[in-house]
Design a protein around this ligand. Structure first.
Ligand code: MTE
Length: 313
């Protein structure tokens, strides 16, 4: 998606998707051949990591099967861990997600710094299966584990001046060596309007597939906003700031013509370098039509009543 890699057009998704299918096939073959020799849970393709207690499960992907674990955790965008899709899983070992604190600042009555596990224990964890659409025109179905951001916002009591909420990724060149190169202005920052942040679909995720988030997916805490392009979902969050004015955000600063502040999934507004009308579900061969708001229009379209979505892309 970056300017400095103008070759990353949508057509690249074909070999990558096929490559993943081949890897899944090979993984299955390997598991079949050596499955009995490996300890339970360590077979290729099975979720790994600390198991999380999930209070309830909600399918919000219309019954579609989740994208396999290997793809969700092996095909990632996390530029602080490298710019190819395979880099984040390969390099995630440098990220140390515990101990970890999250600072809450700005226009709130209760600014504070919290340990991430204490934060996660404040709310019952839910599994939410969401369709996720990347701005690069590929998509997945992901069983996130987390809690509604609205529950946290309510506890923190924003002031009446709070109109936006910003999310900042860890800034640490040792843990996130990609920050040694000026690929993007670091640290990565994303933001939402406060009504978007408190919409019941917006999650703070601590896991996926019932396990703690792997580093490459944004351990230990990341934002999930299923009706927006994936780049809104800041990973490895260390700071949440409530603001009166709209903050600068990383991709919008890097290439404002290409990545808007809203970033609502919209098949009618193309990226300047590729169409957004269709998408490739990772693991599938044929492309499918992209739906307005990624299929969540009934839930979220009213947030944007009266807003020109061509200008506010
Ligand atoms: N957060 C940070 N800090 N750095 C990134 O490069 N990439 C974004 C988003 N969050 C990114 C990030 C993009 S472009 C996408 S599509 C999603 O993370 C990918 O999330 P996933 O790898 O868990 O599927």
């Amino acid at each position: 998606m970056a300017r400095w890699r103008p070759d990353i057009a949508e057509r690249e998704a074909t070999p990558e998707a096929l490559y993943l299918r081949r890897r899944e096939f090979l993984a299955l073959g390997a598991a079949g051949a050596v499955g009995l020799l490996l300890p339970r849970g360590a077979r290729a393709g099975e979720p790994t990591g600390a198991a999380l207690q999930v209070a309830r499960k909600v399918d919000q992907a219309g019954g579609e099967s989740p994208t396999p674990w290997d793809s969700v955790t092996g095909y990632n965008n996390f530029y602080e861990l490298g710019t190819s899709k395979e880099d984040p899983s390969r390099n995630a070992g440098s990220l140390r997600p515990r101990p970890w604190t999250v600072t809450i600042a700005g226009e709130v009555k209760k600014p504070q710094t919290l340990d991430v596990d204490a934060l996660a224990r404040m709310f019952p964890l839910e599994e939410r299966v969401y369709r996720m659409r990347c701005v690069e025109a590929w998509s997945m179905v992901i069983p996130w584990v987390g809690f509604p951001l609205a529950d946290l916002v309510r506890r923190l009591e924003p002031t009446s001046r709070a109109k936006y909420v910003a999310f900042q990724t860890l800034l640490d060149r040792d843990q996130l060596p990609g920050q040694r190169r000026p690929v993007l202005p670091w640290p990565y920052v994303e933001a939402l309007r406060i009504d978007e942040a408190t919409h019941p679909l917006t999650l703070l995720a601590v896991g996926l597939y019932g396990r703690a988030l792997p580093g490459q997916n944004g351990a230990p805490l990341r934002l999930v906003v299923p009706w927006k392009y994936g780049f809104k979902g800041a990973k490895s969050i260390v700071r949440i700031t409530f603001l009166a004015d709209r903050p600068h955000t990383t991709w919008n600063d890097a290439a404002p013509d290409e990545y808007g502040f809203y970033a609502n999934v919209n098949p009618d507004v193309d990226h300047p370098r590729w169409s957004q009308a269709r998408e490739r579900r990772i693991g599938e061969f044929f492309r499918r039509k992209t739906l307005p708001f990624n299929g969540y229009a009934a839930e979220v379209a009213s947030l944007y009543a009266g807003l020109d979505l061509r200008k506010n892309y």
